[in-house]
Design a protein around this ligand. Structure first.
Ligand SMILES: [Zn+2]
Ligand SMILES: [Zn+2]
Length: 149
């Protein structure tokens, strides 16, 4: 009687954990990160064009006030950015100092560029103390409206 116990088909049992599945359907929170890139400026521009983001610039007696409101291009939280710009060169006086000539500027409504930083009230982990928003900065060019009368 030959009783040869030969190793048959012993398959290695390496159980692979199935990762990559979020347990709950929680929305991914954007961690705070200081971002200043053209992509956000571009995204903000398209959001302005679509009317998702709003902006206005009003000039009155050499004081220019800008307001940008709507969802942040990055985190999507509501932001409301108000800034006051004083004594802006190149809008009231047409003093051309030799050097920078930006081509013929005949338009009355020259776009006014505003730098906006996200100041939403949404939660962003890792934000420095006293800082609000997700950290993104972008630039929008808005038509300047004189507010007289
Ligand atoms: Zn946010
Ligand atoms: Zn944001």
């Amino acid at each position: 009687m030959a009783d040869d116990a030969r190793p048959g088909s012993s398959q290695p049992a390496d159980s692979q954990p199935a990762d990559g599945q979020p347990a709950d359907g929680q929305p991914a929170e954007e961690p705070f990160q200081e971002l200043l890139g053209y992509e956000w400026t571009e995204k903000a521009y398209h959001m302005l064009m679509r009317g998702e983001l709003n902006g206005e610039v009003i000039s009155r007696e050499k004081i220019i006030r800008s307001r940008v409101w709507g969802p942040c291009p990055r985190c999507g939280h509501d932001l409301d950015d108000r800034q006051t710009h004083t004594a802006v060169i190149g809008i009231m006086g047409a003093e051309t100092r030799g050097g920078t000539t930006r081509g013929g500027v005949d338009d009355e409504e020259a776009p006014f560029e505003v730098d906006v930083s996200c100041g939403c009230d949404g939660p962003h982990s890792g934000a420095p103390e006293g800082k609000t928003g997700c950290g993104v900065s972008f630039r929008v060019a808005l038509p300047l409206h004189p507010a007289d009368g």
